[in-house]
Design a protein around this ligand. Structure first.
Ligand code: SAM
Length: 264
């Protein structure tokens, strides 16, 4: 996201100085959405329920070329491998599944699911991330869309929905859970990674990433007829070195209850 003096101070843990720098940038006509979001992450503005979408597109369009190298090589990114293993353990070896990858990015998750797919659909906001995914040649459909907007058009389409390292940009997951529940076939699987926090439902951290509590995710699952099959604590990646905070991560694995979706 576009830098400013505030960004550097925030990353160094100098909250009060960062807030002053952001306020100055705001007064000088800087990117108001992004600055307010950063202020919210420092507790100086009300917290929004998701990251500003044009900032997500700007960030990942810029990052797409080097994303795989940075995440896999430098930060030892593990989520796709962990989720693929979990899914493979939970379905018959010869299963061929209709899989939805929400926030697919460059397709690292799709790569791990290659052997299990009948069809693979990826959804993402960033055209450049989608272009990287397209080059892998494993996705049957790649759709440029917000996740919730896409899910609202789907019913009983998928055996598995996966999402790795995406909910760090979305605080309120109620729309996602309701949409996934509708999009999944009965007995379908929903598998995702989050940063974990102990208290409250979700919190926007000074890293500009959301963390969610297990209690909140379990409640959303229950509200949407999803049964918690596994919750595994994992270090899904190293933190960037410039970022001093260490966070816990968790991988969630939910199974759709056998009750069919309600009639429209
Ligand atoms: C950190 S990347 C992870 C990509 C991929 N899932 C992986 O594990 O490599 C997060 C991705 O989520 C996408 N994203 C974030 N919010 C989104 C939203 N509301 N709708 C669609 N895509 C979103 C971003 O564009 C980005 O490609």
């Amino acid at each position: 996201m576009p830098g400013s003096g505030g960004d550097a101070l925030r990353v160094m843990g100098q909250g009060a100085n960062a807030i002053a720098a952001y306020r100055q940038a705001l007064a000088l006509g800087g990117n108001a959405d992004m600055i307010r979001y950063s202020l919210a992450a420092l507790g100086a503005e009300p917290s929004p329920t998701l990251s500003p979408q044009h900032c997500i597109v700007g960030l990942f369009d810029m990052y797409a070329e080097t994303f795989d190298r940075d995440l896999v090589d430098k930060l030892n990114y593990q989520s796709p491998r962990l989720l693929a293993q979990l899914i493979a353990r939970s379905v018959p070896a010869d299963a061929r599944l209709d899989i939805l990858d929400i926030g697919c990015g460059t397709g690292l998750m799709g790569e791990g699911l290659r052997a299990l797919k009948r069809t693979l659909t990826g959804v993402d906001l960033s055209p450049n991330m989608l272009e990287q995914a397209r080059r892998r040649g494993i996705y049957d459909r790649l759709i440029e869309s917000d996740i919730v907007a896409f899910l609202e058009t789907q019913a009983d389409q998928f055996d598995v929905t996966v999402s790795t390292d995406v909910f760090i940009y979305i605080g309120d997951l109620a729309g996602i859970f309701a949409g996934v529940r509708r999009a999944l076939r009965s007995d379908g699987l929903f598998c995702f990674s989050v940063e974990a926090v102990d208290d409250g439902d979700f919190v926007l951290r000074p890293t500009l990433r959301y963390a969610h509590s297990i209690a909140y995710l379990t409640r959303l699952a229950e509200q949407n007829s999803l049964v918690v099959a596994t919750i595994e604590p994992h270090a899904v990646r190293r933190e960037a070195q410039r970022c001093r905070l260490q966070h816990r991560h968790a991988v969630f694995f939910l199974r759709q209850a056998v009750t069919p979706n309600p009639s429209p």
